[in-house]
Design a protein around this ligand. Structure first.
Ligand code: PAF
Length: 279
């Protein structure tokens, strides 16, 4: 596995590969890798000839500077994990490399940008799409892999790709969970033992909704899910919604397809998100 730190070096390695009709996959990450990321690399290996993983903690997508500062950066561990997963190239640029000078960025990501995470983290998806566009320009991948846990992020990246008509296929991969149901996340490292236990209520509420989706109305399901979450001290709910997978607008009636339950909550000091596709 080769480690690359500059855009020029990445291009000079990947361009000859691309011109020999090889398929290039990119797995963009911010590091602090876990089995969820490994599942993305594995899927990428199945669908492409060469797998590039980027590790870059992108400052423009953080709305809280403290969050950026305390974002975990266990680089040696990450490199070992990628090597074991069979990744071909790791792209680890500096902030200066990706943002040589201050730049403004704003694109129309559609009305869903301002819902859910967009409401709680203003400007977050502008920062996400800004860096993903830069990474796509640098690696020129045929296919890129993201986790379904950040469901809204995948939607925003799809909108960005459509906006620029980029020839990149976006693949959303299933959420990987711990044995007890907690969705894997780089942020789980910040959970104290009691937070870790309390955080289970998020997947429990989602499972309740999935298991009872046929027999109860949407308002009943949302009310019950909120009650389940609010019954756990130390968990502060930001939102729980059943929404349309394309618009992210809340649904009040069941549709034949395209419904998703999404949740975000602060567990202790750590903000977690999770979701489940319902039909
Ligand atoms: O999901 C993440 O880790 C980040 O938001 C991404 C897509 C790598 C962009 O920085």
């Amino acid at each position: 596995m080769k480690i690359i730190n500059t855009i020029a070096a990445l291009k000079s390695v990947l361009q000859p590969i691309k011109s020999t009709v090889h398929k290039i996959a990119l797995v963009p990450t911010m590091g602090a890798l876990h089995s969820g990321h490994v599942s993305l690399i594995q899927k990428a290996k199945q669908l492409a000839d060469v797998v590039v993983c980027s590790i870059f903690v992108n400052p423009t997508q953080f709305t809280d500077p403290k969050d950026l500062e305390k974002y975990p950066r266990p680089l040696e561990h990450d490199i070992k994990m990628l090597e074991e997963a069979g990744c071909d190239y790791v792209f680890m640029p500096s902030v200066k490399e990706m943002y040589p000078q201050p730049e403004s960025w704003h694109i129309d990501l559609g009305p869903a940008e301002f819902l859910l995470e967009g409401e709680f983290r203003k400007g977050h998806y502008q920062g996400v799409t800004q860096i993903v566009k830069k990474l796509f320009d640098a690696a020129n991948p045929d296919i890129a892999f993201f986790g379904q846990k950040d469901f809204q992020q995948v939607l925003m990246i799809q909108n960005m790709v459509a906006h620029f008509q980029m020839p990149v296929e976006i693949v959303s991969c299933p959420i990987i969970r711990e044995d007890d149901g907690l969705a894997m996340s780089s942020r789980n490292i910040h959970l104290s033992p009691s937070d870790r236990q309390n955080a289970l209520v998020l997947s429990q509420a989602l499972n309740y909704v999935k298991d009872n989706f046929e027999s109860q109305t949407i308002p009943q399901l949302v009310l019950k899910a909120k009650q389940i979450i609010n019954s756990v001290p130390g968990v502060e709910l930001d939102y729980f919604t059943i929404a349309d997978t394309k618009t992210l607008l809340p649904e009040d009636k069941k549709m034949a397809q395209n419904s998703i339950a999404l949740v975000a909550a602060k567990v202790g000091e750590t903000r977690l998100i999770d979701n489940v596709i319902l039909n």
